[in-house]
Design a protein around this ligand. Structure first.
Ligand code: KG4
Ligand code: ZN
Length: 351
């Protein structure tokens, strides 16, 4: 296969990112993929005071930081614009202002260099990451689980995904973040709730595990925050505050409920996937929540039950980054798919 070097650009939420990825042919059909640089510039500080991402602030920050991130990625990788084979950019879904900033930046570089432009679906970027990191073979089962997403997909090819089900309301990361807020733990909630859960009793509180009886892969996490709020208020009323030990128990019980739902629905999704009789079965997870050790361990054991290979990419590639976008761009480009200057930024774009 011909060696391809791509610049990737990502700006669909609150991280501005640029990366250089190279896939080289090594003679036979073997290829080697390298992330030559991956720059991620977060905006957490900018949004901290508002308790969430503010779209206008995000868009302005992306516009200000994109050029710098691209320059830095080029410099760190030692790659010149002239060495590139294409530019991949997240064209959605996401906060429209940010996506537009990225698309404009990519178009500018494409216009200036004459390089091919490849628009990438952000979710496809996440979903294709196990191929970037672990050479995962199609078709594989994917659980995308982050602050904004929670769905099972079967990846058949770079542009071909079947959705098996997902959350019908909140995403688990959102539930972790809201839990942290309710319990006066710092944001982002995930890692802080996980740390607090350590040493807590996961059976202390029975939090809801909705939809487990449904014969599909749908999940629901919005009921958790209501249950949590009620539990917190009861504890505060009884103890005149939230004792640390009880807070630990609440976090552990909350995490157990989320894990339980994800594990049981993964088992169902895996059964549906295995019915396709894949030659080398694989189950991969991506998204920020994949950082959670309890959840990761639960999913890994589900994969083991079916004899499927389990892949959880390193955290920096599970959360938003541009290496996954560059990689998805390479995969689309190998199919002969590129975009023109009329590429549009899309706020919604289901896979
Ligand atoms: O993929 P990501 O960086 O951004 C999107 O949401 O697209 O995921 C961020 C989410 C946040 O909600 C964060 O609380 C959650 O992932 N998260 C975790 C952990 N680390 C991050 N959730 C549970 N346990 C963790 N260790
Ligand atoms: Zn994402």
């Amino acid at each position: 296969a011909r060696t391809l070097t791509f610049l990737g650009i990502e700006s669909s939420c609150d991280d501005t990112a640029a990366a250089i990825v190279r896939q080289s042919g090594t003679g036979t059909n073997e290829t080697r993929t390298e992330i030559l640089a991956s720059v991620v510039s977060g905006q957490t500080d900018l949004h901290a005071a508002f308790g969430g991402v503010v779209p206008e602030i995000a868009a302005r920050a992306h516009a200000e930081k994109l050029d710098f991130c691209v320059e830095q990625a080029l410099e760190l990788s030692g790659v010149d614009l002239g060495d590139l084979d294409g530019i991949a950019v997240t064209a959605g879904p996401g906060l429209i202002g940010g996506v537009m900033s990225g698309v404009m930046c990519a178009k500018g570089i494409a216009a200036g260099t004459g390089l091919p432009l490849v628009g990438v679906n952000h979710l496809a970027g996440h979903a294709l990451t196990p191929r970037l990191t672990d050479d995962m073979a199609y078709p594989y089962l994917m659980l995308l689980v982050s602050g904004g997403h929670c769905q099972f997909l079967i990846a058949h090819g770079p542009e071909e995904f079947t959705r098996l089900g997902g959350t019908i309301d909140d995403a688990p990361g959102e539930a972790f973040d809201k839990t942290a807020k309710l319990l006066a733990l710092p944001q982002p909630g995930g890692p802080n709730v996980e740390a607090e859960a350590e040493g807590g009793d996961s059976k202390a509180f029975a939090f809801p595990r909705p939809l487990l009886d449904r014969p599909n892969c749908d999940m629901s996490f919005s009921g958790l925050k209501t249950a949590l709020l009620r539990t917190r208020d009861e504890v505060v009323a009884r103890h005149g505050g939230l004792p640390r030990a009880i807070r630990r128990d609440i976090c552990a019980s909350f995490q157990a409920a989320v894990t339980d739902v994800l594990v049981k629905k993964s088992r169902r999704a895996l059964a549906e996937y295995m019915a396709l009789a894949p030659e080398t079965p694989g189950f991969a997870v991506a998204g920020g929540v994949a950082a959670n050790r309890a959840i990761r361990a639960g999913l890994e054991s589900v994969a083991a039950e079916s004899g499927a290979r389990f892949v959880a990419p390193p955290l920096r590639l599970c959360t938003d980054n541009a290496a996954m976008i560059a990689w998805a761009g390479i995969e689309r480009f190998r199919l002969g798919h590129t975009d023109q200057m009329d590429l549009v930024a899309r706020p919604r774009w289901p896979l």
